[in-house]
Design a protein around this ligand. Structure first.
Ligand code: HEM
Length: 449
């Protein structure tokens, strides 16, 4: 199938670099850490490929798609929001929603009967609540009222963007313009834009009222910068950044979190080690994690990293070369090419990860990882265009996974071999990740204090 061909077979047939044509545009696939470094390390090749124009209908010129001065200015404004000293402000939001997730699972008839279900569906609503409240400062209660129009809009927009990206026909504007999918997209864009505009307006009024009691939101950084006369920051710019966060911070975390839980469910010895660590940190208490607790969860941290190695939420990303790129062995990729960097392949290189298919969290022990090539592990990309939300994402994963594991024993309902991967912008298994949950009966009830 296409996923295996692009990520594996193509390199076995043609070697470490593969070139093909998408109509009149040359595309080069990169599969090794040393080549990836030459593309990602500086600002020289920071421009995204022409394929990202397909994302622009939703997120305009947000951080993910923009370039040059606009990208630089916006990145500078948003970077402080992800500083370690600020991140703790988001912990109550993550704790609250993880608790709701566990409550929902506990009360679900499917879970009670010991039936299997797709863990993805539940984690997705939880991640949506978290990213919405963290970026906009408002709660949409996706977990408790799944029929909200905005929730539907975000989910459909994600799916439509992906469908267009991989459609050999709809990617061309001429066919897209007259398609029913475009009509549907316009409908959901209006719902999403209207909602975001309304939240931005309310948040602006709230901040101007001088009331500082509510949690900080990423949006506040942008509104503050606009107040201070920030260049480039129109209302549409702010909306684009919020939409970018809703896109980048939702499905990515959902996939990553679901995979860790599933991997725990297929590797019960590893799950037990993680639970022993949780018991050491939380004892018999049902208290919610603090930032200090999260730092203590070192084994869980390694499980999350290892899961992202095997199943990077973003299995590939792309650049457009405005100048020639010289690779580590002197080979030149000429200006004008689009480049696809494939973490899914790079992170399976046996030179850096012996027995690469094995799920082994201890690869990330300091003594096993310190000397590894800096670009051998790039689930969050690397260099100046790396993921701005990576610390937030790991913090969220740790809280959600630990909250679930403190309450439930997770058992996978199928094997890894039976899990077929889909070619999409986000690495999703075609038929979901199905698990069964069993309550750890001797555990106290969890609190969000
Ligand atoms: C496990 C979760 C996540 C993974 C694996 C992930 C991965 C990535 C990757 C690979 C990129 C580079 C994409 C490209 O070049 O096309 C990226 C960029 C980005 N991510 Fe994440 N991401 C995650 C979570 C998040 C979260 C939670 C947020 C926001 C709170 C976020 C915000 C962004 C933004 C804004 C960019 C664009 C950065 C720029 O170009 O300056 N991501 N992410």
């Amino acid at each position: 199938d296409l996923f295996n061909y692009v990520c594996t077979t193509a390199f076995e047939e043609y070697g470490r670099l593969v070139r093909f044509w998408v109509v009149n545009e040359p595309q080069v696939l990169i599969s090794t850490a040393r080549d990836a470094e030459k593309i990602m390390q500086g600002m020289q090749h920071h421009m995204k490929s022409s394929n990202y124009r397909l994302l622009k209908a939703w997120m305009g010129d947000g951080l993910l798609t923009s370039k040059d001065e606009k990208w630089r200015v916006h990145r500078k404004i948003l970077t402080p929001a992800f500083h370690f000293n600020i991140l703790h402000e988001f912990l109550p939001i993550i704790n609250k929603n993880s608790k709701i997730l566990v409550d929902q699972l506990e009360n679900s008839p499917t879970v009670k009967k010991g039936n299997e279900f797709n863990i993805f569906d539940h984690v997705s609503l939880c991640a949506l609540d978290i990213i919405c409240e963290s970026s906009m400062g408002t709660s949409i209660n996706a977990q408790t009222s799944a029929d909200s129009l905005y929730v539907k809009a975000v989910n459909r927009l994600n799916a439509i963007v992906t469908e267009r990206y991989f459609s050999p026909v709809l990617r061309f504007d001429i066919f897209w313009k007259f398609s029913s999918l475009k009509k549907e997209m316009d409908r959901y864009l209006k719902i999403s834009d209207d909602y975001t505009d309304m939240v931005i307006e309310e948040r602006r009024k709230y901040l101007h009222s001088g009331n500082k009691k509510k949690n900080l939101a990423f949006l506040d950084m942008l509104l503050k910068a606009q107040d201070e006369g920030g260049r480039f920051l129109t209302n549409v710019d702010i909306r684009d950044e919020v939409s970018t966060f809703m896109f980048e911070g939702h499905d990515t975390v959902t996939t990553a979190t679901s995979w860790v839980l599933f991997m725990m469910g297929t590797h019960l010895d590893i799950q037990e080690r993680a639970v022993e660590e949780l018991e050491a940190v939380f004892g018999d208490s049902g208290r919610a994690p603090t930032m200090n607790d999260l730092t203590e969860l070192k084994f869980l941290d390694r499980c999350i990293k290892e899961s992202l190695r095997l199943y990077p939420s973003v299995p590939f990303f792309e650049r457009h070369l405005r100048e020639d790129a010289v690779l580590h062995d002197g080979k030149v990729i000429p200006a004008g090419c689009n480049i696809t960097i494939i973490p899914y392949r790079i992170q399976r290189d046996p030179e850096f990860f012996p027995d690469p298919e094995k799920f082994d969290p201890d690869r990330f022990l300091p003594e096993n990882s310190q000397k590894r090539h800096a670009y051998a592990y790039v689930p969050f990309s690397a260099g100046p265009r790396n993921c701005i939300g990576q610390k937030f994402a790991i913090m969220e994963e740790k809280v959600v996974v630990s909250t679930v594991l403190r309450k439930f024993r997770v058992m996978a309902a199928h094997t890894l071999d039976e899990t077929e991967l889909e070619v999409a912008m986000i690495l999703k298994p075609k038929n979901g990740l199905r698990v069964k949950l069993y309550e750890r009966t001797d555990k106290p009830s969890l609190s969000v204090q």
